[in-house]
Design a protein around this ligand. Structure first.
Ligand code: EZ4
Ligand code: CO
Length: 402
């Protein structure tokens, strides 16, 4: 069996997506997501210039060898661009293998460990009242786990505040939007927000929050302590994690569960965090971390320390990644939760899929491979539109982490 062709499809049904389609001499094809929010065309070039020429003629059944070829064989390892390109190849090859076997990727991995996948949605409000309402709306939609983000009095364009309630999308301009950050205001406001949410809705729901890399380790420790009475499911990305050791201080001061990993690319980014039990959830995702072949190694490693998965699932991860993630989530023994931001109707139409939401959970549907396709004729009607993620500065102009 041979790969006969591979091509990259770029489409913008409301936001940009990069998709790799691999065709074989058996008439079976597979697709993989390669979207890197705000840097999409760099992965297109990587795939077209450096990956596709080497794919032609390879045996698509040899997924492991393809992974090693594009990882070890690149010499220049790791990084968001390389690992997304590898992920796209990997997911497309798992899709092909599933179609050839007449099996879902869950079955290829060893079969389902659960009946459906617990997901959390994003409730965003411009202020306290708006956020309380938004959480109520998610409860009404059937969500049992909800991430709450809120506009903060005195902060211009706080992270996570949407323009609509269901479709938050931060990438929005050809040059990054400038936001302003103030840590003290956030540290004062955040516990008030969760106090209000617990007083309004009680303790029956899981509540999550994303700090989006804004705090120092000691500030993170303070926040974690102050949020303990509200029993969060997790506090995410509370400080940058390039230095994994930095989490030791936070861990020593709070029992609020910690989640990290949406910008990680390989197991090496998470190794110390996991083996020193400095986090509770690893948020690496298929598209960001070299595909299913690599993510299952991360999950198995994490299981040794009872660290569970919590894959990133924002709207910049295409339905192809969501379909593949659900296949993975159904199998992975140490599953925690899956992030799920709804795509727009335009996006869902370009990527036909079988997964569906019901009562706070996603059901993958009966599929072979990952079960997500691309309607190329429809995709061609939405040309690429440059968009970038915002940047953040402190009030005196100092660049900060967005
Ligand atoms: O800001 O995916 O947990 N989710 C997040 C996301 C990220 C976007 C960046 O492209 O932090 O909203
Ligand atoms: Co996040």
């Amino acid at each position: 069996m041979k790969i006969t062709a591979a091509r990259v499809i770029v489409t913008c049904p409301g936001r940009n997506f990069v998709t790799l389609k691999i065709e074989t001499d058996q008439g079976v094809y597979g697709i993989g997501d390669a979207t890197l929010n705000g840097r999409e065309l760099s992965v297109v070039a990587y795939l077209e210039e450096h990956v596709i020429p080497a794919l032609i003629g390879k045996d698509p059944r040899r997924i492991e060898d393809a992974w090693q070829y594009f990882y070890r064989g690149a010499y220049w390892r790791r990084g968001p661009v390389t690992m997304r390109a590898i992920a796209a190849v990997d997911v497309a090859l798992w899709d092909i293998k599933g179609k050839m076997a007449g099996m879902s990727i869950t079955d290829l991995l060893g079969g389902a460990s659960r009946d459906s996948v617990l997901v959390y949605g994003h409730a965003n409000g411009a202020d306290l009242e708006g956020t309380i309402d938004a959480v109520g709306q998610y409860i009404d939609l059937g969500y049992t786990a909800i991430r709450a983000q809120s506009g903060i009095p005195g902060i211009k364009l706080a992270y996570g505040v949407g323009r609509g309630t269901l479709h938050y999308e931060p990438a929005d301009a050809t040059l990054p939007t400038e936001t302003v950050w103030n840590t003290s205001k956030y540290l004062d406001y955040c516990p008030k927000l969760f106090d209000a949410l617990r007083s309004n809705y009680g303790n029956d729901h899981e509540l999550l929050h994303d700090g989006h890399h804004r705090l120092t380790p000691n500030e993170a420790a303070q926040l974690g302590k102050n949020l303990e009475p509200y029993r969060l499911f997790w506090l995410e990305d509370i400080t940058p994690a390039e230095n994994q050791e930095a989490f030791r201080h936070i861990r020593q001061h709070t029992t609020t569960p910690l989640a990290v990993g949406e910008i990680f690319n390989t197991i090496w980014d998470a190794k110390d965090l996991i083996q020193n039990q400095l986090i509770d959830y690893i948020r690496m995702t298929i598209v960001g971390s070299g595909g299913i072949t690599h993510l299952r190694r991360v999950a198995d490693f994490a299981a040794l320390w009872q660290v569970r998965t919590g894959s990133h699932g924002a709207t910049d991860l295409s339905p192809v990644t969501m379909g593949a993630a659900l296949q993975f989530d159904m199998w992975v023994p140490n599953f925690g939760i899956q992030e799920y931001m709804r795509h727009t109707e335009e996006t869902d139409a370009v990527f036909p899929h079988a997964y569906s939401f019901d009562k706070g959970r996603l059901h993958p549907g009966a599929v072979v491979g990952h079960g997500v396709d691309i309607d190329e004729a429809l995709a061609a009607r939405y040309p690429y539109k440059p968009a970038q993620l915002p940047v953040a500065r402190l009030e005196d102009g100092t660049m900060w982490n967005w």
